[in-house]
Ligand binder design. Sequence first.
Ligand code: SF4
Ligand code: FES
Length: 216
Amino acid sequence: MEVTLEISRFDPNKDATPHSQTFKVNVEETNTVLDALLLAWQQDPSLSFRRSCRSSICGSCACRINGTPRLACQTLIRKATEDGSRIVLEPLPHFTQLKDLVVNLEPFFESLKATVPWLIVQEGYEGHMDPEVVRKLEGPATCILCGICEAPMDVTGKNDAAAWVKTMRLALDSRDALGKHRMQLLRVPREVLKLFIMGLPDRCPKGIKIWEEVIA
Ligand code: SF4
Ligand code: FES
């Protein structure tokens, strides 16, 4: 089947503002949006986008697909649009567009670093964890730092939503010396975090669920 891709193009060396370029590619019904993007890239190798694993585990192919932030390698063409014939691809919102679909992730990782995103094992910890706690950590531990959950959370500007996920995961970890004190590092109102937690499983490509007790 033939699919029309409308891709946001922006080259800071040539363009004052982004514009869109249309590509027509022939794909199988079972192909993903990333497959279609790779075909467009064969037509114009100056097209820039990120991808690596093609298995929804590196997070690099996140972009806006027909207006919704998604992973291009996880999104089937037939799911991306009603009739599968036209797909608009834009960079993730709330990030600076560097070139085409490539955004600047530096502030995102700086914000993550600022929340001390590693386990600080408590003194005297003996190596055992309650299976119930482990079950609660499993979901947030699968975060692939794709940045997709940033999109609807233009609220504080202090740190990015992926840093919230990491902080809440560590705050629930019974081995961590900081534990719930980590929540103070975020300086995000409880109501905002609650709304974020409620909407996350539907937005996140990994379906991550955070247990609300962390903000109680
Ligand atoms: S929580 Fe989900 S959407 Fe947000 S960065 Fe992690 S994997 Fe991506
Ligand atoms: S290419 Fe790795 S998540 Fe899509």
